[in-house]
Design a protein around this ligand. Structure first.
Ligand SMILES: [Cu+2]
Length: 394
């Protein structure tokens, strides 16, 4: 697996970005409407896509331009300039002897470049004084040891080691670069793969000297250099996996927080709707139905005319009143009675208004309980569409 992060600072930046992005989404989801969280999410995804596209273009451009650029030789033709990159190796006697040997050659100038190894966390918090001081102390001790009579100068850089080399080229056009590291990367030291990176980036002869504590310099071969790079990438991949796992855990924590907040909001909304329903018991007119009761008006299957309501089907919402404006044209009262639904409306002769409320959902049959349709022995009272019908409550 290839690591999504090319370097440690990059991994660190990515983690920070992911945390901020998740935080923004969570805040939007928790305190804003759902669409805001979606907009923030869409923005994040867009920014990520843009960043990936930019990196692709950048990489292609770097390849097209060619990475290798070398400083031009300045000064007398016979002068030789050697840039030595060192940090934790400055304590090694073998390195200092090598510096002395190089600087003792005629017309040779040596620059000891010491990139302070600053962790991403320290860069972020601005706590870079300590690594800088450490680098300075090491460099000063090394310069004292080498002796001030030789042409050896020193420089501490707070930039990333590869950038530090590039910066140094601006004032010190090196004919050769010597990168010194340990065989294995240790905290506070330069990465063994640095020599390979410098070689790749600049068209200058680059030597890699590996110093193990107390022993002489070793020059790694091509295979060893490849191994350094491979080991570094593996380490970054491992770190990347740990970082991704951390981000995953964080993301799930944040998501469950969002879910919790939302379910609480839903519960509160639910409680509110119950209150509304209770309040709805107070009659509230939502609909009016106009109808008539006309004696001997509707022809039945027997071909005879029966007493009837002009409307016999009523649809209501549970708990919500339906106003019935009934014009009873007959000279006796009739009723809309549905005992199961708790409905019993007695429609007196003349036009009056009545309220129909059903407290439970269902389809209920109603009928007129006051003897009528006497010509047909009350047939209309048993047949829907006449003095009989249905109330549907939803
Ligand atoms: Cu009747």
């Amino acid at each position: 697996m290839r690591s999504p992060f090319q370097s440690e600072p990059e991994a660190f930046r990515s983690v920070l970005l992911v945390i901020f992005a998740l935080l923004a989404i969570v805040l939007a989801a928790a305190f804003g409407p759902t669409w805001l969280a979606l907009v923030v999410l869409a923005g994040m995804v867009g920014a990520l896509a843009l960043r990936i596209a930019q990196r692709r273009v950048g990489k292609r451009r770097r390849v097209e331009m060619g990475l290798r650029s070398a400083p031009a030789h300045v000064g007398p033709v016979a002068e030789r300039r050697v840039l030595i990159v060192a940090n934790d190796t400055l304590r090694e006697e073998a390195l200092l002897s090598e510096v002395e040997r190089l600087a003792s050659a005629p017309h040779t100038r040596v620059l000891l470049l010491t990139p302070a190894v600053i962790s991403p966390g320290a860069r972020l918090t601005g706590a870079i004084d300590r690594p800088l001081d450490q680098a300075r102390v090491r460099l000063d001790a090394a310069l004292d040891r080498v002796g001030r009579d030789l042409d050896v100068t020193g420089e501490v850089s707070e930039a990333d080691p590869l950038e530090a080399v590039e910066d140094a080229f601006a004032t010190f056009a090196a004919d050769e670069v010597i990168v010194t590291t340990r065989g294995e990367w240790a905290w506070g030291g330069l990465e063994p793969r640095l020599a390979g990176l410098v070689r790749e980036r600049f068209a200058v002869p680059v030597r890699h000297l590996v110093f193990e504590p107390g022993s002489g310099a070793q020059e790694p071969d091509r295979d060893t250099e490849a191994r350094y790079r491979h080991e570094f990438e593996e380490a970054v991949t491992r770190k990347g996996r740990v970082v991704l796992a951390g981000v995953g855990i964080l993301a799930s924590l944040l998501m469950s927080t969002v879910a919790l907040v939302q379910s609480r909001e839903r519960r509160q909304a639910g409680a509110t709707s119950v209150v509304t329903q209770t309040a709805a018991v107070v009659p509230k007119v939502v609909k009016v139905v106009d109808l008539k009761i006309i004696g001997g008006s509707k022809v039945g299957p027997d071909g005879k005319k029966h007493d009837a309501f002009t409307t016999t089907e009523f649809a209501v919402k549970v708990g919500q009143p339906l106003t019935l404006k009934i014009d009873n044209t007959d000279d006796v009262p009739h009723s809309i009675t549905a005992p199961v639904a708790g409905v019993n409306i007695i429609a007196q002769p003349g036009t009056h208004t009545y309220t129909l409320i059903v407290k439970q959902a269902g389809k209920f049959q109603w009928y007129c309980v006051l003897p009528c349709d006497t010509d047909a022995n009350g047939w209309a009272m048993q047949h829907p569409g006449f003095m009989n019908g249905y109330i549907t409550a939803i």
